[in-house]
Design a protein around this ligand. Structure first.
Ligand code: COA
Length: 214
């Protein structure tokens, strides 16, 4: 087990001892993750002393996987008979929220949607199949990846049509952020996704900070 502390979170932890840490357990590939992200993370031995950190619940990626299938009906299409982008974004947001909720079992709000690409259309009468998975969990935020596939109902042919990355924040009944479980990742694919998500988080936080200046 390897514990990491994000520098941006370390700052917060000074204000809320033991509450604002985030951890990730990286089985087998911990040293690889640390090696590739030396500029993003510093392994903080002090965090091992934090009993709340050590006791923090962790969940696996598999615990929150979600899949949703929709039939593309006439009301969902544009003049070309293709699924409307806005409708697909709505479905993506819904399945992403299901994943985030399964991970934290709290109320969640969408904080950001990014990296949304439409590679090819989904036609009237075909199926839209959405698959969501956790990439990363922070203190109260979670990054979820959603992939969309089409299925031709007559031929059975599948195609990967879209992908998106969303950030959700777990909140209490007053809309205030609350801590989420850590994410335990196993294998190359999950750890690569985790690593990439951490880089995106750094960029996102930088962008948010810059936007707040205006
Ligand atoms: C998302 C929201 C709860 C964050 O509240 P906040 O007071 O800014 O909270 P903080 O600054 O303490 O940030 C809390 C977490 O959210 C993350 N966050 C905040 N804004 C974010 C954004 N735009 N993109 C990605 N992450 C964001 C922070 O990085 C932090 O993550 P961490 O806890 O893992 O470190 C708040 O901005 C909000 O309610 N936004 C509106 C959400 C909404 O209406 N969505 C559409 C309907 S669901």
């Amino acid at each position: 087990m390897v514990l990491y502390q994000d520098s941006s979170v370390a700052h917060k932890s000074e204000q809320l001892p033991g509450k604002s840490f985030f951890t990730s357990t990286v089985n087998k590939v911990g040293s690889d993750v640390l090696g590739c992200n030396a500029s993003y993370y510093s392994m903080n031995v002090a965090c091992l002393a934090s009993m709340k950190m050590k006791n923090r619940k962790e969940k696996k990626v598999d615990d929150s996987l979600a899949e949703m299938t929709q039939i593309v009906l006439p009301n969902d299409t544009n003049m070309l008979g293709h699924l409307l982008g806005g409708t697909l974004m709505h479905w993506i947001d819904l399945i992403g929220a299901v994943v985030a909720n399964r991970h934290c079992r709290s109320l969640v709000v969408t904080a950001a949607m990014e990296g949304l690409d439409f590679h090819s259309p989904i036609c009237l009468g075909h199926l839209a199949i959405l698959k969501g998975r956790m990439h990363f969990s922070g203190t109260s935020s979670m990054e979820v990846g959603v992939e969309v596939y089409s299925e031709d109902t007559l031929s059975g042919k599948h195609a990967h049509t879209s992908s998106a990355i969303l950030t959700y924040v777990a909140v209490d009944a007053k809309g205030q952020p609350v801590p989420v479980p850590g994410l335990s990742v196993t294998g190359d694919e999950e750890s690569t996704r985790f690593r990439e998500a951490m880089k995106r988080r750094e960029r996102r936080l930088k962008r948010l900070k810059e936007n707040k200046k205006f």
